[in-house]
Design a binder for this molecule. Structure first.
Ligand SMILES: NC(=O)c1ccc[n+]([C@@H]2O[C@H](COP(=O)([O-])OP(=O)(O)OC[C@H]3O[C@@H](n4cnc5c(N)ncnc54)[C@H](O)[C@@H]3O)[C@@H](O)[C@H]2O)c1
Length: 289
């Protein structure tokens, strides 16, 4: 159901690769709510992904940009303003990639060039896009900038690797830049900390289906889907949340406030029922981890 919450607003959406992408769902919802959009991704993602379909569906133009390149970002913001005939109301950063995760290097044996890439793509790109937007005065007063984050910024989750560090930096940038951009232009900056979601990036994390099952059992409202994330994000782009800034907002069915749930405990106890585990719980294969 549409509420016209973004009627007349113009936004840039980073990170829609295919119909599973969180950014894809957000673009669809923003369009339904009346926004005009520019879609952007890397040249490779535009060639290999399904963005043409999303652009046709939402009547949007696509502009290629590597979010780690300041030159590409300058070109993107200037072209988007030409297309819109003026300033932009909202920007979504929905970008993440870790070469260490891709190459399955464990956190205590990562490659530092890869680590630098993880940080540049998944976090510093957020600073770069905000800095370019501010310097070119691309965002309208009371505009909204949102990035998608994950609870690994606060808590250690097995196998999330250097993406955890990237998310901590991402959320910190939202606070540091949120202060400056808010003070000077009333532009708000927030991150949404989303439940595990079956996307290309999500499924790249080892043990992803087990993690999704665990968080589903732990969360009183269940995992939040990409569509639900899109609904939440629309409120942050809308004028209904004008004084919300510098926040990391959990959108995770309650997971972040849980310690143990009955559903997770039941499942955990099942694994303790085996004879070997009862004899010596630490003598299990996973004790090595
Ligand atoms: N899927 C999950 O479980 C989950 C949970 C919480 C947060 N997130 C975050 O949501 C965001 C979106 O990821 P997703 O799950 O929709 O996966 P996705 O793979 O669909 O999206 C990741 C996007 O990042 C883009 N990207 C990679 N390098 C880039 C670069 N240099 N410049 C511009 N774009 C680049 C990719 O092309 C892709 O479109 C990421 O920040 C991710 O960490 C995902």
């Amino acid at each position: 159901m549409a509420y016209n919450l973004l009627k007349g607003k113009k936004g840039i959406i980073f990170g829609a690769l295919n119909s599973n992408s969180i950014a894809w769902k957000i673009a669809e919802r923003a369009h339904e709510e009346g926004a005009e959009l520019v879609l952007t991704n890397t040249p490779l993602a535009i060639r290999m992904g399904d963005m043409d379909e999303l652009a046709a569906k939402t009547g949007s133009q696509m502009i290629a940009a590597d979010a780690t390149s300041v030159t590409d970002l300058e070109n993107l913001f200037s072209k988007a303003m030409e297309i819109f005939g003026g300033q932009i109301d909202f920007v979504l950063h929905s970008i993440g990639m870790s070469p260490n995760v891709r190459k399955k290097l464990p956190y205590d044996d990562i490659n530092y060039d890869f680590f630098a890439k993880t940080l540049d793509i998944s976090a510093i790109s957020f600073h770069k896009m905000i800095q370019v937007a501010k310097k070119t005065d691309a965002i309208r007063e009371w505009g909204s900038i949102v990035a998608v984050s994950y609870i690994a910024a606060q808590r250690t989750l097995f196998e999330y690797n250097d993406m955890a560090d990237a998310k901590a930096v991402l959320e910190s940038i939202a606070r540091s830049f949120g202060y400056i951009y808010g003070r000077e232009k009333h532009v708000r900056i927030n991150t949404i900390s989303q439940s595990p979601t079956p996307t290309t990036a999500g499924q790249g994390v080892k043990g992803f289906s087990g993690l999704m099952d665990f968080t589903e059992r732990m969360s009183p409202l269940g995992n939040a889907t990409a569509d639900e994330c899109a609904d939440y994000c629309i409120t942050l782009f809308s004028d209904l949340t004008k004084k919300v800034t510098m926040q990391n907002l959990y959108h995770d069915g309650g997971f972040s406030s849980m310690g143990m749930s009955a559903r997770a405990m039941t499942q955990y106890n099942k694994s303790l029922e085996c004879k070997e585990c009862q004899e010596n719980p630490l003598n299990r294969q996973d004790a090595e981890l």
